[in-house]
Design a protein around this ligand. Sequence first.
Ligand code: ADP
Ligand code: ZN
Length: 365
Amino acid sequence: MQPVNVPLGARSYAIHIGKGPLARVGQECRKLALGRRCAVISDRNVAPIYSPAVLQSLRAAGFEPHLIVVPAGETAKCLKNVQACYDQLASHRLERQSFIVALGGGVVGDLAGFVAATYLRGVAFVQMPTTLLAQVDSSVGGKVGVNLPAGKNLVGAFHQPRLVLCDLNAFGTLPEREFRAGLAEVIKYGIIYDAPFFVRLERDLGKLLRRETRCLGEVVARCCEIKTEVVGQDETESGLRAILNFGHTVGHALEAISRYGQYLHGEAIAIGQVAAARLSAAQLGLPAADVERIRLLFHQCGLPTSVRLTPAQRTKLLAAMRLDKKVSDGEIKFVLAECLGKVRWGQAVPAALLHSVVDHLSPNS
Ligand code: ADP
Ligand code: ZN
């Protein structure tokens, strides 16, 4: 499959998507004129499965890789683990020409990317995303960072990778729930940017859920293309890039009030996107039939589309939305859809409407 090129002038890079690029990482890195020494950062679940082939490929290509294993899960994305990585990089004497390979899901990508952005004021970075979510979302765009006890992604940087290798074979070991959660970001691209792609997802959902490689490869590539186009027009998030946050205001708030335990990110934004679709119907006239198509597609992916909230939790949810990073001047701004494939950002929503949509998030209303 043709790589997706991310045109960023001197910092342009390629996203290779296919079966097995993980075991060819050494050859690909050889083309980039990087130093010999490198570190592969991975987590405790992914490292045992995939790091042997990656290390072997790097060694065969003449590199000197060191493996750094961090704990798995969102809580691993913290400054303590950043520090632990720095210490190991220093002890292995990584230098300015050295590079860091992130092997894992979004957590590893964000953490290793942040380490790469800051160690010695920045070293080269190669992404090998192993979850669907990371392949279609977090590995494109250059945002890296970690969480603080006060909130998610509060410390970070923009640091573009030199290369991204999306290995479709990695889905072979990905837990079902993680895979389905990734589909929530995939569907988002159809809603915000590409109506024919949304229709394709409706049509090919069976193939996707069976993880048919060919179909998945095309879908991952299209998502990477869309994210690249959006980010390329707005690298530092002043305008257009905001459309990638469709469904995320409610989604992030749900994650925050459930203390990041109950929902995976993809599950929270599935609920958030259904809420955003309902707001869109009221504010921008998104047809009711399309709101239902959106809800149904998430539902058919086995993703939640409703949530039972107590009155106290509703109040907390609304408060959490006001704390979202994207809030400016105290007013919550939403990304809303005019029709499938076309959204507008920076949309204010009357408080009464927002309350009513939140009230109707529960399954029976
Ligand atoms: P995300 O990519 O959704 O941000 P994480 O980085 O937390 O999420 O990865 C989700 C979970 O799946 C973690 O426990 C991680 O160790 C595990 N994981 C990631 N990729 C794979 C894979 N290809 N096979 C098996 N488990 C994986
Ligand atoms: Zn997201």
